[in-house]
Design a binder for this molecule. Structure first.
Ligand SMILES: *Cc1c(COP(=O)(O)O)cnc(C)c1O
Length: 356
């Protein structure tokens, strides 16, 4: 039986989007390929509220995280982490020899503008990384407010991981002053995995030009130059996934509409949160709860592994707690194209299995 995925990526993909993957192969140096990239860029700019250059990467989102951090850090990066995906920036920096300091918040607590201000006042940093939506804890950081602080430091490049929120929550890239905002296709965008998207500011590009050892495949300048020249890539991109993304962006913008999409995500998040408060507790701070994934403390100590085995029989799948939170918490994702009726059915099924 096909399972309805309530996991925080990869998400279910609509059949009409999947169908785009079977289009006849095109050459990656053709006008058709350039036109495809241009259309995707124009639509992503609308989704991200930005005028910045748009690049894609035939890698998952982690590829662009690595590209962004390595290509823009000249002095030292301040990595703000509220969980496993925030820590990932630090691991990447260490693996690439990028100097950095890690600023970790307590479990379920956000990165605050005050924390960022305190770090930047030292004058030690020229890059800040923030996770918009920490998928491991279900927390959404105030990236716009943090952006207001960073604007006071014109030499600082602002990198935002919006992997699990882009397409499910409003992120106004230019207003927030985000230099590189990146996401994967397999989360709130509702496209199969294998492609990542990012907006890149001129400031980030100018900085990267001065950074040595940017790598090769993930060299920001190499990719940006080619995209700016003729909407193509230095190496062969997944044109199949580009067709799927192109089709999906059109649906997001012109069929559902951005505001409706963000509202639907908020509504679904509220349904899960209300349910979680009634039967359990939420893991993260009430003022910073995610629109796309909810992390629920397993206060009753039931087996999440067994729950998922039972749910499978009913055609559902949820996620266990991430890393050390396994069995201590469980996660219900409500991202991309999940519908409220499906979510309500899932919650009722959990109530039956666990006799809530
Ligand atoms: C999934 C996820 C990642 C990693 O993305 P990949 O596409 O698997 O590389 C990074 N950050 C966050 C917040 C995520 O949810």
């Amino acid at each position: 039986m096909d399972l309805k995925l309530f996991i925080p990526g990869p998400v279910d993909v609509d059949d009409d989007v999947l169908k785009q993957l079977s289009k006849k192969q095109i050459g990656h140096r053709t006008q058709t390929a350039s036109d495809l990239q241009k259309r995707i860029s124009d639509n992503l700019r609308k989704l991200m509220y930005t005028e910045n250059t748009i690049i894609l990467s035939t890698s998952s989102g982690s590829g662009v995280m690595e590209m962004a951090l390595r290509s823009t850090t000249k002095k030292r990066a301040a990595v703000f982490s509220v969980g496993a995906f925030g820590d990932r920036w630090a691991k990447m920096g260490e693996a690439n020899g990028v100097p950095l300091d890690l600023f970790k918040s307590d479990l379920g607590q956000p990165t605050t503008p005050e924390m960022v201000e305190e770090a930047l006042e030292t004058g030690k940093y020229d890059v800040v990384t923030v996770t918009h939506n920490e998928t491991s804890t279900g927390l959404m950081n105030p990236v716009h407010e943090i952006g207001e602080v960073i604007k006071k430091y014109p030499d600082v490049i602002y990198l935002v991981d919006a992997v699990s929120s882009l397409g499910g929550a409003k992120i106004e890239v230019d207003k927030a002053g985000i230099d590189i905002c990146l996401a994967s296709t397999q989360k709130s965008l509702g496209v199969p995995p294998g492609l990542a998207v990012a907006s890149v500011s001129e400031k980030a590009i100018e900085r990267a030009k001065t950074v040595e050892n940017r790598g090769y495949y993930l060299d920001l300048i190499n990719v940006v130059n080619r995209v700016k020249r003729n909407y193509q890539y230095p190496s062969t991109p997944s044109t199949q996934l580009m067709w799927a993304l192109d089709y999906k962006l059109d649906k997001i913008l012109n069929v559902e509409g951005l505001e409706n999409r963000f509202k639907r995500h908020k509504r679904l998040a509220k349904v899960v949160k209300d349910w979680a408060r009634k039967h359990f507790e939420l893991l993260s701070h009430e003022d910073y709860l995610s629109n796309t994934v909810t992390n629920i403390k397993n206060t009753r100590g039931y087996s999440v592994v067994k729950l998922n085995e039972e749910l499978k029989k009913h055609g559902f799948m949820i996620s266990n707690g991430y890393g050390s939170l396994k069995e201590k918490a469980f996660r219900i994702a409500h991202m991309a194209d999940r519908k409220e009726v499906e979510l309500v059915e899932l919650l009722k099924t959990i109530e039956k299995i666990w006799k809530l």
